[in-house]
Design a protein around this ligand. Structure first.
Ligand SMILES: Cc1cc2nc3c(=O)[nH]c(=O)nc-3n(C[C@H](O)[C@H](O)[C@H](O)COP(=O)(O)O)c2cc1C
Length: 206
């Protein structure tokens, strides 16, 4: 499958085959792809909680306005972002060049320390990119997914034991679509509407 085929075949799946499970080895392969993704200063703010336990999925469903896919999927994955990822800069840059370490470690501290709004934005940016990579990495291996923000973030954070410095970015449910039938792709704004060349007042990409 080339990338255009992958992008075209990914849908948000809400109805999953019952009884399908995903093992640690398959999850590991997917997450090995996910951690290749980009992040500001390479801080890799992301963290993931994979929920496969039936009882815990049932609890998550209750906290997700009853959305059935949270219970019926093989794994409900909470994609999180760390507000304090920047404190790891010395460790993350330890094996790099001295020049990079001397330049970036103090710069990262100066950029993030005492700036909660930026910390939050960056955690969400990194987590959102990771969630997208997760969905494509899963699809490339025959798994279907669905991104979700329809859940009680505070209660889900408590249920899954998130640190106070870690925020949920979105949930991604993963499994095998039931009977493989997908609804047609929802309306997409055309490229000519969403792309402007050089300036917002510039030409469209027709
Ligand atoms: C951040 C985000 C949150 C979403 N939350 C939900 C959700 O709570 N429940 C749901 O059924 N779909 C949810 N969706 C899926 C969207 O409805 C879906 O991506 C959109 O309709 C486009 O369809 P497609 O993903 O099949 O291309 C969410 C998608 C994103 C990106």
């Amino acid at each position: 499958m080339n990338f255009s085929e992958l992008a075209a075949s990914r849908h948000s799946v809400r109805v999953y085959q019952p009884g399908v499970t995903i093992n640690d080895a398959d999850l590991k392969q997917i997450f090995e792809d996910v951690v290749q993704g980009p992040s500001s200063f390479n801080l890799q703010h992301w963290q993931f909680v994979v929920v496969r336990d039936e009882e815990r999925k049932r609890e998550l469903r209750k906290l997700s306005f009853g959305q059935a896919q949270v219970e019926e999927c093989a794994a409900a994955i909470l994609v999180c972002g760390r507000l304090d990822a920047y404190v790891d800069a010395p460790r993350l840059y330890r094996d790099g060049t001295v020049a990079d370490r001397d330049k970036f470690v103090p710069m990262i501290k100066a950029v993030y320390e005492g700036r909660p709004a930026l910390q939050r934005e960056e955690a969400i940016r990194a987590g959102a990119l990771a969630a997208m990579t997760l969905m494509y990495a899963a699809k490339a291996r025959g798994w279907d997914t669905g991104p979700m923000i329809g859940f009680d973030a505070e209660k889900v954070s408590a249920l899954l034991g998130l640190a106070a410095t870690t925020i949920p970015v979105m949930m991604v449910v993963l499994g095998r679509a039931r009977d493989g039938k997908q609804p047609p792709r929802g309306y997409r704004r055309p490229v000519s509407e969403v792309v402007r060349l050089e300036h917002m007042a510039g030409g469209a990409l027709d």
